[in-house]
Structures are given as structure tokens and as C-alpha cells.
Design a protein around this ligand. Sequence first.
Ligand code: FEO
Length: 407
Amino acid sequence: MQRVRQIAADLYWVGGSDRRLALFENMFPLPDGVAYNAYLLLGEKAVLIDTVDTAVTRPFLENLTQVLNGRPLDYVVVNHMEPDHCSILEELALRYPGLQIVGNRKTFQLIEQFYDFDAAPRFYEVKDGDTLPLGDRTLRFTFAPMVHWPEVMFTYEQRDGILFSADAFGSFGAFSGNLFSDEVAYEQRFLDEARRYYTNIVGKYGLQVQAALKKLEGTEIRLICPAHGLIWRENLGYILEKYNFWSRYEPEETGVLLAYASMYGNTEAVMQAVAGGLAERGVRNLRMYDVSKTHPSVLIAEAFRTSHLVFGAPTYNGHLYFAMDTLLREMAALNLQNRTVALVGNGSWFPVSAKLMAQQLSEMKGMELLGSFEVRSTLKESQAEELEAFIDKLASSVLERAGHAAG
Ligand code: FEO
């Protein structure tokens, strides 16, 4: 027995939450779990929008069966063919002999790559902009390739203005009863996880997200139903604006992310001196992290949020300290761009960390390198003047940006 939720006229949430999974895509930590959303439109036709991950098969099938109450399922729309949304397709085909699977050419190609059941006779192919009349409602399909895979499409229900947005506008985090973003303290409880979800899962495809957002212009959206995370029925502009920032690689706030690696606390000490100096100069929104203790997905999200980045790392065996090397590579792979950066390097006999960090950053788009400050093993009193000049330059840049934003 599950608690199915009606979220609009003839529309039911029939998904499930998983608090057991440790790593999303076996890579990203899930401290608060994750929700897999599936939605059932129950009008003249019974239409399921997306399915769920195998982990929540049982609650999903119980939910679905309960709402259908003996009716057959007519269509399942596959907005996104990644297995976290599609792993129940074969089970549905077995249960509902007349079921048609709505998707596009790429969706069907992926279904046949991932699954071995005889799906093809059930395929109902749609093209970009096509509609599916359901009698009392009409669905319209808008292709949104690479938000997050090439086959992704959004489904728009025209009568009530409901957008089923696949991975877009979702977040990590299991549900605690509330299904709507306006029922929770979203900014405190979910925004960080929505940003971490977007930046790490879809972050590379900012251009494609921009293209998808453009396609939605002029569409009257009253409800956003994502495939993960909370549903939006109020203040839709809030999450649309966040997506606009993230997908344009534009910082949400003026501030400084200080991310360091430190083997014996000496590089950390320099970063603390930099952070303290920035605070003394009136810089706000400083956040410092040890890259050895913080998952890169958190740092990626923080870097997408923040205007200025300071990276500090020791040299390690003539190379860049591995955790920092990994972080910068991930940032490059996710296309992070247009940030102002400063570097703190350390080395005892062959210091190359600042040079190697600068090299990696130079290969990323729009990264302005303000300067590097280097120490040999530890910070010395003799470097005080040089350090103050380094902090001055960084602080001026942050304060200038803050002034522009305020003005
Ligand atoms: Fe939630 Fe791209 O799958």
C-alpha cells in the first residue's frame, strides 16, 4: 500500500524515493537520497510519463496499480531513456498488452540497446513539435537533446500548461512527504542539491540547455514536473532563472571559493591567510574547502555558483597534487568557464603546482588568471608584502564586481 498523490486534475505522482543508494550513477554521493518521479495522466486515455529506477520498482508498481484501479495503461511517454527512468518498461509491457511506448527515433534506438524485450511493435514515434491528442488533452513534444542525453524530450500538456521536463529542473534528495517546492524551505534544503545535480550531470551541455530554454519561450507553463526532485507550481521563474545562470556559466553570486589541497597544513595556512585578508578588505561570501575531504561534485557546484575561485595545492612528485588535478580536470570536462581565478602554489624542491594549475585553467574558456602566489614549503615573513599585494588584487576584483552588481 503506497500513498499516491494527486498533483493536479487527473494527474498523479506515482514515483518513489530511494534513501539506500549511496552514489548516483555510482559516482555522486547522495546524503539525502534521490527521488524518481513518474506521473500518471488519467483522462480519456491513461498515460504514464516516464518510469523509475529498479530500486523503487515495488512502490512504483503499487502506486500505478492503485491509481489505474483496473484500467489498462494506454501509453508510456519516455522523455529520457536513461535507466533511472526506464528500467520498468519491460515489466509494464508484460502487464499491459496494449501499451504503446511514445518516444523518438533515438529513444527507440537506446531502448533496443539497453533492453532485450520485443519493444518495437509498441513504438509510437514522435518528431520534434508533434502532438498526441488524447481526447480531453493534448500532449506536445519538444526535443531537448543533451539535456542530458541525445534522445531527451520535454512533454507539454496543453490544457493545463504542464511541462514534464525529464532531468531538467530536478535535484538530488529523496522526498519527505512534500512534493512541491513551495511546501519546503527550498533555498535552504534543496537548492544546493539542485545545483549539484545540474552542474555535475548536465553542466557540460550549457549550450543545449540554453537552446531548450529558448524553445520554451512563449509557452505558458503552470506546472513543472521534473523526473527527479520537487514539482514547481509557484514561482517558476526562480528555477528557470537558476538554469539560465548555470547554463550560461554565469556566477549566481559574487564571492570567493577557496579550494585547497594540503599535505601538512602549510598550503592550508596560506589559504587561511588569503581568506582572512579578503575578509579584512570587506569581501563577503567566502567559502573554503579541503579538496581531499570534499567530493568534487560539491566543489563543481560551488564553482558554478561563485564568481572568483582560488585554488591552492602543493607539488607532488613533480606533478600537481592528485586531488586538485582531478578537480580541475572535472571542471574542464563540465565546461566551467568565465571565472576569475587566483592560484596558490607550494613545492619544496621542484615547485610546479601553480604552473600546472595555470596550464589546466588556460585550456578552459574565459578563465581570467589574476595571479599566482607561491611558497617554498611554508609561508615566510619575508613574503608578507608580496602576499598582501596578491590579496589586494584579488579583493579589488571581487569588490569591483560586487559594486557593479549593486550598482
Ligand atoms: Fe535522471 Fe539523465 O537521468
